[in-house]
Design a protein around this ligand. Sequence first.
Ligand code: ADP
Ligand code: MG
Length: 719
Amino acid sequence: MSTNPARRNAIESIASQPRLQSTFDFRNEKIDLIYGQNVFSLEKMEKRLPKDIFKALKNCIESGAKLDSAAADVVASAIKDWALECGATHYAHVFHPLTGSTAEKHDTFFEPHGTGTLAQFSGKALIQAEPDASSFPNGGLRSTFEARGYTAWDVTSPAYIFDGENGSTLCIPTAFVSWKGEALDKKTPLLRSMHALNKAAHRVLELFGKKAGFISASCGPEQEYFLIDSRLFYLRPDLYTCGRSLFGAKPAKGQEFEDQYFGTIPDRVLACMMETERECFKLGIPIKTRHNEVAPAQYEVAPIFESANVAHDHQMMTMTLLKRVAAKHGFVCLLAEKPFAGVNGSGKHVNWSLGGAGVGNLLEPGSAPHENAQFLAFCSAVIRAVDLHQGLLRASVASAGNDHRLGANEAPPAIISIYLGDMLNEVIEQVKKSGSASSSRKGGTMTLGVDTLPVLPKDAGDRNRTSPFAFTGNKFEFRAVGSSFSVAGPLTVLNTIMADSLDKLADDLAAEIKAEKGNFNAALQTVLKNILTKHGRIIFNGNGYSEEWHKEAAKRGLKNLRTTPDALPEIVAKSTIEVFERQNVLSKEELVSREEIYTHSYVLTINTESKLVSDIGRTLLLPAALKYAADLTPVADSKSGGKLRKEVISLADDLASALDSLDKLRSESKDDSHGNARHACDKILPAMLKVRAAADTLEEVVADEYWPLPSYQELLFLR
Ligand code: ADP
Ligand code: MG
């Protein structure tokens, strides 16, 4: 028990808290009735809309076409009736600006009518709105005189009702674009990339003689997070300002017992999880899994995968709900990548695949030889895409927060590589060797269309946790994504580079079929062999944390972009601009604006954090240490008192001089944002760490009573 008064109060309050009276009990509820109750689903649309309008809308949903304004009026009126029946009073266009967060502007349905009021909601209000968006980052895409952008309903994602504490809001998922049509958000490029992927996948499938419906990217994001008691959280200005701790000595007990992972979920946490899941169910978010994670106070939630754009919306809602419900339970949900030094950080594994009606999951190995050839074609396209655009993939997960996690022996390294597993790797090796003289089956040549793929283990026990991009039986798992990220960025990159790779494969295959006079299997064999020979270097099945891998990767010419300032320029690399323009996903201007915004955001984050390090160091920690030293003066004559006083003073001096160095560096400003980003990364961050090291040493020496910040022990273990 701490003897510091503020900390003592918080701890006493946690220790004596009454059990939360839950407002519901799953045992008394029918989940199938709750499930999707707040979503204006296809079924509800069909019930409430005239047949022809429903058909038109369904067509828009399937093809991504625009809804005409007459139909929009009818749809709007039906949505309004439903929303009012559900008790909604307001509606909001929800969009996802480049800050990576969720933005919404609420309007009430109710407008003056005669002497009273009437609920109004037009087709125009449904399909388009014009938020005053001038203060969202646009990276120079809009000059201020035309700062307007508009939000447009993404018909592929259903409207839903968000229940607040004392009222409900109809939410309309939208894309956010400038009047010139430039994407100002994360959703627009995601949708564009899905169309590009569909188109390219169809080209390849056609060569395989396959007919398919819309080929959609799928995504199942696993979300890691921390739950911290709010009473302690609010005693830490670093946590409530930056979402991560900037100080904190290593606790006596950390995660080394490994008794947390998959351990019993504490009652208070479980109640919070259940309520979050219930809110998710109401919104049709298919939450499936919950468990304790490796670090103390760390947990994970994962849904069943869905079409990438819907998964994106649901993931954003899940993050919002995690925070909201946690607050109700007296917790704070930390989504930052590395809230605590010395224990594991949080990631968001983005499981990704593609498929559609008629062909199923295209990354699922089949049992018939012919299907295997198709699987290998799509798999090779992934390998080519990831190899060619490894830097871009790294950039898609770059942020100040994620830099503390990547490559830190708990998360994938900053070097992008692909893990295939031994079985699939052997097959790939065989395909690569085709044409060579080897005859033995094992380690020899594999003839596509004849040989059967060995059965690949679906849920391999030997899953390599150190790989940033791993094949896991029927999908790839992109593990380098940070816990606070929107999945839209990584998904947009994956879809776009995959679409381009499939286009190239279709071109090459068509040409080779001609050259081989119609022999499809021989043509495919040649094309895949070429791809794998050229891009096989990206495959690595070993330990990604090892020193040898870093050396080996360098030998192979793979990029090792350690930090965000190293990675972000990849967004405007020639290869990136070419692939994004070719696939009509983002123009050069749109890419340039993004690189600018993300660089600026990196600088802002570190500026904020370093100012806070300085403030906390100077106004909380240094005074605490000096006060303690002063209070030791009466016992300075004693052996222990004198020694201790001396030690504290010396450490306080270290802290003071580290603070001086930090503040000097903080006052320097470079010419442009790239210079500032480098300065933040190379100079300010190390100076922050020096301050921290001095402070953390003091924390272990200064009497507990004097130390104002809750300790790691308290933060991570009290609930
Ligand atoms: P693990 O923690 O072992 O990686 P989980 O079961 O927690 O596995 O998460 C796996 C995620 O992958 C789930 O969200 C699951 O729905 C998703 N997934 C499964 N198949 C696909 C697919 N074809 N496309 C995208 N995601 C998928
Ligand atoms: Mg996983």
